[in-house]
Design a protein around this ligand. Structure first.
Ligand code: ARG
Length: 464
């Protein structure tokens, strides 16, 4: 098999070299974007008279046909031809003859692959942001449907203070909101066209880069040809954004695992997203949540692999760069699958409000509010903290809860306690008092729910 670059070679490539060097087994998925970029390039070559209009027309029709056939799975790519670019070019020459041999004028595979990946990534970012919105919608629907449920909020996984379930769920809504913003901001840096950089120094042909950029929907063209073919910081940024989003999903999944354990009993995961045990008949395991937590690790791996790949590469293109693709593909596929699972799993979670209410009875979560009560009555907060600490010790020793104490008992610890001290301690009263922006008071959470809904509406309108 004659290589595209075979002119100066006498001997054949070793089979092992072919095995090491081929990328078509994983970059074939770039075919639709590679073809789009080639069509735009051919339009420009024809328009600028670099090739004849008739050759340009033949190339474009050939590429369109290859696009259709490849989408229908009618083309078998050949690993001996190395990558998707050479495969498509060889197929084009087979179909349209000599005209096909003129397509590669004024470009290199170096600016070609850089362009393909940016086009691909732009589409993936749009898909990821849409999927993030779907998970946000699922969280918000749940939060709206369970506005009355109060559950323990934890620090150190120890009961800390009661919070609204809706407030807890909205915390994840906020995280995913920042994830969507991060991807959208990165999109602007991705959407810059490298084509025209050619191998590394630019092209001597009178090309019109702006024309190609316009046809491909790029917002700008790269300012430096050497940077354009050799940097991959946008891939690293993409994987970093994916890693952060996965971290957020993983934290929520960790909570689902905890909450679905009988030790908590706060939720039941739907059968559709759980599995059983081959030996223990009673088991129902939250596998989807565990797998998402596990897959987070591999996306971190993708990010670290890319950072390591880049750190010692001199300018400009080095073949090492071929190893960038499987990492971004994996990060993108993994994140999109996990987002889809979350969007489908969350709406069918059964929340057990009674179990959450029961859990409020443990852990002395009224203590902070009792201390605040004393502080509001002029006791220095440090002193109030100490007093309530002793009261908690007394409760532990006498095996009772803070609200079980009588007024006389309370007054034994501080004369500042009054009749209304007992009313301070209900979970409803405790959350109601957190009535500041960002707090868990029901009216603040209702406002947050409205804002979240408006955010999603605005995002949908912007897309339309
Ligand atoms: N398959 C190559 C890659 O993924 C395309 C660029 C090849 N360029 C080269 N000079 N061999 O990076």
């Amino acid at each position: 098999m004659k290589k595209l670059w075979g002119g100066r070679f006498d001997d054949n490539t070793d089979a092992l070299m072919e095995q090491l060097g081929e990328s078509v087994s994983f970059d074939a998925r770039l075919a639709p974007w590679d073809i789009r970029a080639s069509i735009a390039h051919a339009h420009m070559l024809g328009a600028r008279g670099i090739i004849t209009k008739s050759d340009a027309r033949k190339i474009i029709m050939g590429l369109e046909a290859i696009g259709r056939d490849s989408a229908a799975g009618r083309i078998a790519w050949d690993a001996a031809l190395e990558d998707i670019h050479t495969n498509i070019e060889a197929e084009l020459v087979r179909r349209v003859g000599d005209a096909g041999k003129r397509l590669h004028t004024a470009r290199s595979r170096n600016d070609q692959i850089a362009t393909d990946v940016r086009l691909w990534m732009r589409d993936q970012i749009d898909a990821i942001v849409a999927r993030l919105r779907a998970v946000q919608t699922a969280l918000l629907d749940c939060a709206e449907a369970h506005q009355d449920i109060i559950l323990p909020g934890y620090t150190h996984l120890q009961p800390a203070q009661p919070v609204l379930l809706a407030h807890h769920l909205l915390a994840y809504f906020e995280m995913l909101q920042r994830d969507a913003e991060r991807f959208s901001q990165a999109r602007r840096r991705v959407n810059v066209m490298p084509l025209g950089a050619a191998a590394l120094a630019g092209s001597p042909h009178p090309i019109d880069r702006a024309m190609v950029a316009k046809e491909l929907g790029f917002e700008g063209i790269s300012a430096n040809s050497m940077d354009a073919v050799s940097d991959r910081d946008h891939l690293i940024e993409f994987c970093a954004n994916a890693a952060i989003a996965m971290m957020h999903l993983s934290r929520f999944c960790e909570e689902l695992v905890l909450w679905s354990s009988p030790a908590f009993g706060f939720i039941e995961i739907s059968d559709a997203f759980a599995t059983g045990s081959s030996i223990m008949p009673q088991k129902k395991n939250p596998d989807a949540a565990e797998l998402i937590r596990g897959k987070t690790a591999r996306v971190y791996g993708d990010l670290v692999a890319l950072c390591a790949l880049m750190k010692a590469l001199p300018l400009t293109y080095n073949r090492d760069l071929q190893e960038d693709k499987e990492q971004v593909f994996d990060a993108s596929d993994t994140l999109q699958l996990c987002l889809d699972v979350m969007a489908h799993m969350i709406p069918v979670i059964r929340f057990d409000g009674k179990a959450m209410t029961r859990a409020l009875r443990e852990g002395f979560m009224e203590a902070t509010d009792l201390a605040d009560y004393l502080a509001a009555r002029g006791v220095p907060f440090r002193e109030a903290h100490e007093t309530v600490g002793q009261l908690v010790r007394h409760c532990i020793a006498s095996n009772k809860r803070l609200p079980d104490c009588t007024l006389e008992e309370l007054r034994g610890f501080s004369p500042a306690f009054d009749r209304d001290a007992l009313a301070v301690m209900t979970p409803e009263a405790i959350v109601r008092r957190r009535d500041i922006p960002g707090g868990t008071a029901p009216r603040r959470v209702r406002a947050a729910l409205r804002r979240a809904r408006a955010t999603l509406h605005a995002a949908r309108r912007k897309k339309a």
